[in-house]
Design a protein around this ligand. Structure first.
Ligand code: SAM
Length: 256
């Protein structure tokens, strides 16, 4: 088969380090009957070892050349190929209790994470390789410089766990950045619930739109001084100073 020329526009950096691949598979610990969905199987670095442990695997891939290769190698009885853009893919159509995995295309990682977070109700867990800098933003805690909208929106729905650091030379071609593997497990909804998730998302987006400003300014027109006082939140704080729970409390205060 002809060598595949990696496509930059699809964020193609293929994993070639067998030690890292083994560590990822061990972290996922797939069981034969699990419903696993791999995003961006590429040349199959993770796909093959997953298939050797699973009865069946779903993949979502955008690159037609890579899809043709996958079709040649695997029967539809073992591998279901969903051709298209993971950003627009309806994961709930596959089923429930999904285990999402992937060495994600870094050029779309943030919007993809927001899209995937929408499927929390049908997900058992997720294991993703991402730029280290994105994983740092995902797991950041209040007060950290990189605690932001991504941290709040993901931590609202998931417990996050940093698993493995991965250097550039584990890939072909090597990316310019360091990478890391992270695990996301849905939180128990009783733990932390916004009455209206859309309102919660709006409050978080508004607060972080100007992250250097005080909340009194960023949330002007959303929360007045009486609101800050009722919630016991100082209006002179900045968005990165509030905990996820505080954003939920603000959103719930604004809901009738
Ligand atoms: N899993 C392979 C590996 O680890 O070697 C490939 C990982 S590569 C970083 C990202 C993969 O995602 C590529 O196969 C690429 O074609 C695919 N991809 C890029 N953008 C995509 C999109 N919007 N939807 C689905 N797949 C996409």
């Amino acid at each position: 088969m002809m060598k595949h020329i990696p496509r930059r526009r699809f964020g193609q950096n293929f994993l070639v380090d067998s030690g890292i691949i083994g560590a990822i598979i061990s972290a996922i610990d797939p069981r034969p009957d699990d419903t696993v969905v791999e995003i961006g199987p590429g040349l199959g670095a993770i796909t093959e070892p997953l298939l050797s442990r699973l009865a069946h695997l779903h993949v979502v891939e955008i690159d037609r050349d890579l899809i043709a290769r996958l079709k040649q190698r695997h029967s539809p009885a073992r591998l279901t190929i969903h051709e298209g853009d993971a950003l627009a893919f309806d994961f709930s159509g596959i089923g429930k209790d999904l285990r999402l995995v992937g060495n994600l295309p870094y050029n779309i990682s943030t919007p993809l994470l927001f899209h995937l977070a929408e499927y929390v109700d049908v997900v058992r867990d997720m294991h993703f390789m991402l730029q280290k800098e994105v994983v740092e933003r995902m797991v950041a805690v209040p007060g950290d410089g990189d605690f932001g909208r991504l941290s709040v929106m993901l931590q609202y729905r998931f417990h996050l766990e940093w698993l493995i650091d991965v250097p550039p030379d584990s890939f072909d071609p090597p990316p310019k950045v360091q990478s890391a593997v992270v695990r996301l497990i849905p939180r128990d909804t009783a733990e932390l619930t916004a009455k209206n998730v859309t309102r919660f998302a709006q409050v978080v987006q508004t607060a972080f739109a100007q992250r250097r400003k005080m909340l009194r300014n960023t949330l002007k027109g959303v929360l007045d001084d009486a609101g800050f006082a009722a919630l016991g939140i100082s209006p002179t704080l900045r968005p990165e100073d509030l905990a996820v729970e505080d954003y939920v409390r603000i959103a719930n205060y604004l809901e009738p």
